[in-house]
Design a protein around this ligand. Structure first.
Ligand code: B16
Ligand code: MG
Length: 214
């Protein structure tokens, strides 16, 4: 592995445990559609954009709906999700996150976020960690969502660092695939289902040793 100059972090599931909030919000929508939806099906949605997530749920139920119903369900999902995260704050950061951001900053590593979420900026503000990041690329800023590498390529380009000298932290198969497709080094975090896809796998960021990489 080249000497690492930049870290790009996924948001949901890596910095904060909002994946559960996404899950219960989609479960609410799936219930309205009469489609069974459990944690197993939710695994397919991690890191996947809002629109593609709803398409996946409809495909699971072999169901077709009108464009108006589709738009309305996207709004129902996001309203439900936003309500469920209205009280999140820095105490909701996942274990080890604040320490990794702090020591990496001291070491001069450039930090960025590469998230599929259109709510990323709002959540980073609530978590009070936004100032750590030189670049934040979210679901509003990409044409091609994960597993396309665009979100991470835009992040690395904005930081001025090559993908081979950048570590991507991800909790989702779609995100690890996106990073690999872009030529990045990958650390899978907090989701045993992606251990086999990642260059390195950690249960959480308390296990991350900066001196191994930079
Ligand atoms: P939103 P990440 C992703 O964020 C989530 O993993 C995924 O569950 C969600 O559907 C997607 O963001 C879109 O989120 O509805 O807030 O725009 O993991 O890429 O940080
Ligand atoms: Mg994620």
């Amino acid at each position: 592995m080249d000497k690492i100059q930049a870290f790009l972090f996924d948001l949901d599931g890596v910095l904060v445990s909002t994946e559960h909030n996404h899950f219960v919000s989609w479960q609410h929508c799936a219930h309205l559609l009469g489609i069974p939806f459990s944690q197993k099906e939710n695994e397919l949605l991690k890191g996947v954009s809002r629109i593609d997530s709803l398409k996946n749920i409809l495909a699971l139920g072999n169901k077709q709906i009108s464009t108006d119903e589709f738009e309305s369900l996207l709004k129902i999902k996001n309203d439900f999700y936003l309500d469920s995260i209205k009280h999140i704050n820095q105490s909701n950061l996942l274990p080890g996150v604040l320490n990794v951001l702090t020591v990496a900053t001291k070491k001069g590593i450039l930090l960025g976020v590469g998230s599929s979420s259109k709510n990323a900026n709002l959540i980073l503000e609530k978590l009070q960690i936004k100032d750590f990041f030189k670049v934040i690329i979210d679901g509003n800023g990409v044409k091609n969502p994960k597993p396309d590498p665009e979100v991470f390529l835009n992040g690395a380009s904005a930081l001025g660092v090559e993908p081979a000298k950048t570590l991507v932290f991800e909790d989702a198969a779609s995100g690890i695939t996106a990073a690999k497709n872009g030529g990045f080094n990958t650390i899978g975090v907090g989701n045993p289902h992606i251990a086999h896809l990642s260059d390195i796998y950690l249960d959480d960021l308390t296990q991350f040793k900066l001196e191994t990489y930079a």
